[in-house]
Design a protein around this ligand. Structure first.
Ligand SMILES: Cc1ncc(COP(=O)(O)O)c(C=O)c1O
Length: 461
């Protein structure tokens, strides 16, 4: 220590933050005159900032994470107890919470049987990509290595994940990208790319994936990586008929299906996993944010036994295992927190609550759409909802980003934290995002949508 005394005086904290912290996804110029926001405390659905102002959090910590809400002492206690017993050992050995959580998790994921621990969604996705490439080398002379990803989807922040990123503003200026990733069209019917509707549209959007496979050559494609419901690309719920066809296509061309459940996983959409709404049988599933609701960093890559066995079937070959390392995948706080997080979801019936409150939120948003022409489309699955704002309902011209941000800022002023698609798609950063904790009540939902009602009135008139 250099003799400085940190007394937790909040004005000192604000100054230290302003002087030293580089915030994620943030332009810092405004902090030269204004203050960065410091979140000091959270309880249930609510957080308090440096001025003591209370906010209801409609985005679960900003990025769909704090699914069981703030201030859960039982998770804190489970983590504390585990840290005292054993905080860490590298993943070449097992741990007690790691083994227990894997069993609890796999019980919710019939057809899948192996869990690889790491500590961020990006890392989990990268590991999936590495597995696909290693399988290609083992079985197909390296040829069947390409990975298909979808326009508007996001899979993480690393260069390989951005190479699989369908959000051009996220990607811009970070190239050159990793070769071997190929884009397929999105499936958002509101921004239709084909002149049809409903199930026919869903099938057509999936067939567009087959078109890409045939153009590239099916013998070059190892996997298809998709979000079950696209998150940061505009809360895109898939049209009817889409997923059934996607599954058929993967089977037909022997392509592994990698489902990115980093946002949807562990309850967000009202089922344990988003893919479970659609009867999909994935080969790999990645998850992170809600696994421990942000009480500890944990991510998982879960695979079928078939995928796993390809990495052990020739023990005489020194290269025939997954030669991957995750230092912090060995932190035991992650699975300790995840066990308690899952217990809370079960004991408090939070999946049922998510279904019911999600439907209620969509109802409220649809009611707002009756009143405000700026709402062009309302989408949602469980407590994962979006409202796409437009300048003109007929032409569907997207609302200007400044107006969308003004709605977010107005809500913040009212003490309601909502989100919006941000540096995602050029010209389409126009979807308001809502993902309150799975404990939300009708009163909470009303408070959120009433704030949006007022904000839309002020911003769009
Ligand atoms: C769908 C999806 N996948 C992956 C990620 C990356 O996760 P992380 O930020 O933990 O690396 C995110 C992050 O927002 C995401 O939304």
């Amino acid at each position: 220590m250099d003799g400085k005394f940190y007394d937790n005086d909040i004005s000192q904290i604000v100054e230290l933050d302003r002087a030293h912290i580089w915030h994620h996804l943030t332009q810092h110029k405004p902090f030269e005159t204004g203050e960065p926001r410091i979140i000091v405390e959270g309880k249930g659905m609510r957080v308090w900032d440096q001025k003591g102002k209370e906010h209801i959090d409609a985005v679960s910590g900003g990025v769909w994470t704090v699914n069981v809400g703030y201030g859960r002492e039982s998770i804190a206690n489970a983590v504390r107890d585990q840290l005292i017993k054993l905080n860490y050992f590298a993943g070449s050995a097992g741990s007690i919470p790691g083994a227990i959580f894997s069993d609890m998790l796999l019980e919710k994921m019939p057809g899948l049987s192996r869990v690889y621990y790491c500590n961020s969604g990006s890392e989990a996705n990268e590991k999936g990509f590495k597995m696909v490439r290693q399988i290609a080398h083992k079985r197909y002379g390296g040829k069947k290595h390409k990975i298909l990803y979808r326009d508007r989807d996001y899979h993480g922040t690393t260069i390989a994940c951005l190479s699989a990123g369908g959000q051009d503003e996220r990607n811009a200026q970070y190239g050159p990208y990793t070769p071997g990733f190929v884009r397929v069209p999105h499936c958002l019917e509101y921004r239709a790319q084909w002149d049809m509707t409903g199930e026919e549209y869903g099938k057509r959007a999936a067939d567009a994936i087959e078109d890409v496979i045939l153009a590239e050559g099916a013998d070059t494609i190892g996997a298809l990586c998709l979000e079950p419901v696209t998150a940061g690309g505009g809360v895109i719920t898939p049209p009817a008929g889409y997923w059934e066809r996607v599954q058929e296509i993967c089977k037909k061309y022997d392509i592994l299906l990698h489902i990115d459940e980093v946002v949807c996983g562990v309850g967000r959409t009202g089922t344990w996993f988003g893919y479970q709404h659609y009867g999909i049988k994935p080969d790999m599933v990645t998850m992170a944010k809600g696994v421990a609701s942000g009480y500890a960093a944990i991510a998982c890559l879960v695979t079928t036994e078939e995928v796993f066995s390809m990495f052990k079937d020739d023990a005489s070959d020194p290269m025939n295992y997954f030669r991957d390392i995750s230092t912090f995948g060995g932190c035991t706080a992650g699975p300790a927190a995840a066990i308690e997080n899952m217990r809370i979801i079960e004991d408090e019936g939070l999946l049922d609550n998510t279904m019911a409150m999600g439907a209620y939120m969509v109802e409220n948003l649809n009611a707002l759409a009756e009143k405000h022409a700026a709402i062009g489309d309302v989408r949602g699955k469980g407590l994962f909802c979006g409202a796409e704002l437009v300048a003109d309902r007929q032409t569907k011209e997207p609302a200007a980003e400044k107006m969308v941000q003004a709605v977010v800022a107005d809500c913040m002023q009212q003490g309601v934290v909502i989100g919006a698609t941000n540096r995602s798609l050029p010209g389409f950063n126009n979807t308001l995002c809502f993902s309150p904790a799975l404990i939300a009540t009708k009163d909470d939902i009303n408070e959120i949508t009433e704030a949006v009602d007022q904000a839309l009135g002020r911003v769009f008139g």
